[in-house]
Design a protein around this ligand. Sequence first.
Ligand code: ADP
Ligand code: MG
Length: 256
Amino acid sequence: MTEVSVAKEDKAATGDLVVLDSVNKHFGALHVLQDIDLTIHRGEVVVVIGPSGSGKSTLCRTINRLETIDSGSIAIDGKPLPAEGKELARLRADVGMVFQSFNLFAHKTVLENVTLGQVKVRKVEAKKAEEKARALLDRVGVGAQADKYPAQLSGGQQQRVAIARALAMDPKVMLFDEPTSALDPEMINEVLEVMKQLAEDGMTMIVVTHEMGFARSAANRVVFMADGRIVEEATPDQFFSNPRSDRAKDFLSKIL
Ligand code: ADP
Ligand code: MG
């Protein structure tokens, strides 16, 4: 190894992980993402907030290529989208996604939910995959539920399994789209605690949420969206104490 290549690797290891450049997306006449420029650094936790319909979910889905874009570019760890075939499967594994509705495989056990992708996409040997799954289930506090089916678990437990399932793929970045919105109030904290721990462990995270306590305590940056645009970006302190735009002021006055 030459010194030059080491220096390059160091740079890649500390640099930009997700880069959106002038991204545009329409649904028919609706311009749902408008000139989105957004860079997520390795290890950064970015909370995306904004009114319903502002394009937050669509933004997440384009990063995972569940939606195509009309113009602009998206790169994950230096690799441009769109990817196809095997590349796409690998991309989806690199970008862990946790949805509002837990989306577990209903006819697979909790353990199987967390091993399947490892074996199929990452080609991990079954025994290794199971070991890792059990360790992750323990880490998110549902180790005792490994042999149950999703429907036998509470919503909070299911969502923690969904997080373990995504983590099992060793993702480079985790996307959370309103992960606690479908939960009963008493279960919200157990999921947020797992997410906070993940953030403290250095995971790169993009989190769409209305949980402002989480944003204040875990986010490095808040991105405020309205009508398909990023209207404001700031640290949580700046954003919550001194929002600059009228849209953000109006939004905060309604939710705080
Ligand atoms: P948010 O997550 O901020 O509530 P979304 O990204 O879900 O916003 O939606 C942004 C806009 O795009 C909304 O007006 C929504 O109705 C519309 N939309 C989302 N998905 C589709 C789709 N598949 N087809 C048509 N319109 C859609
Ligand atoms: Mg949404």
